[in-house]
Ligand binder design. Sequence first.
Ligand SMILES: *[C@@H]1O[C@H](CO)[C@@H](O)[C@H](O)[C@H]1NC(C)=O
Ligand SMILES: *[C@@H]1O[C@H](CO)[C@@H](O)[C@H](O)[C@H]1NC(C)=O
Length: 208
Amino acid sequence: MHQGGGGGSRARRTRDSCAAALANTLCSLLLGLLLVAGVVLFVLWLGLRPHRPRFNIASFSVAGGLDPDSSPAGASLAFNVTDRNPNRHIGIYYDAMHASVHFYDALVASGPAFAAGWYQPNKTTTSITGRLDVRGPDTTDASWPTFSAAVRAGRVPLRLQLTTAIRFRVTNAFHSGSQRMHVSCDLVVAADGDLLPDSVGAACDRYL
Ligand SMILES: *[C@@H]1O[C@H](CO)[C@@H](O)[C@H](O)[C@H]1NC(C)=O
Ligand SMILES: *[C@@H]1O[C@H](CO)[C@@H](O)[C@H](O)[C@H]1NC(C)=O
């Protein structure tokens, strides 16, 4: 009985080490497969990863021009920003877009640029145009002396900001998650309210 017990435990040990070897082989095989799948996915992602859209300022103008002695509030301004989807196979969904214009920290204008969302197909360029009511700066604002001096000098630096959210459409069934996007265009207008030549076509920054 004592011997029988010893033989049984030896057999169990053999069986256990056999199971361990099998588990080891299966484990190595699985790890190898995972690694290969990881490399394949990484290469696919490198080739297919979505690129952010590109924005350039095409035109900007404050109707009636700017006056160093009176506030531009009440005038209207118009902008046109070109929006390029550089992706060969990926389309982009945009949410409604909000626009604002600042002179340093002072708000000049804000409002909707696109009230509803839209879809931009792969490899296409769209124009984002908008018209906003100018609200400031007022002659009593802290920023007025700087603004007035900039108008007098014929170089008024403004920042046009567009805010929206985008989703990439990879296939009909596969869309990326929605992410907020801020587009910031630095531009300089002359006293006549139009873009200075060196601002025409300038690239905008994008933050996702
Ligand atoms: C906006 O600018 C683009 C590029 O210059 C031009 O093709 C397009 O016609 C402009 N759109 C409007 C509404 O002015
Ligand atoms: C846009 O993507 C589709 C699907 O991937 C493709 O068949 C088509 O050729 C692409 N269009 C352009 C202009 O690249």
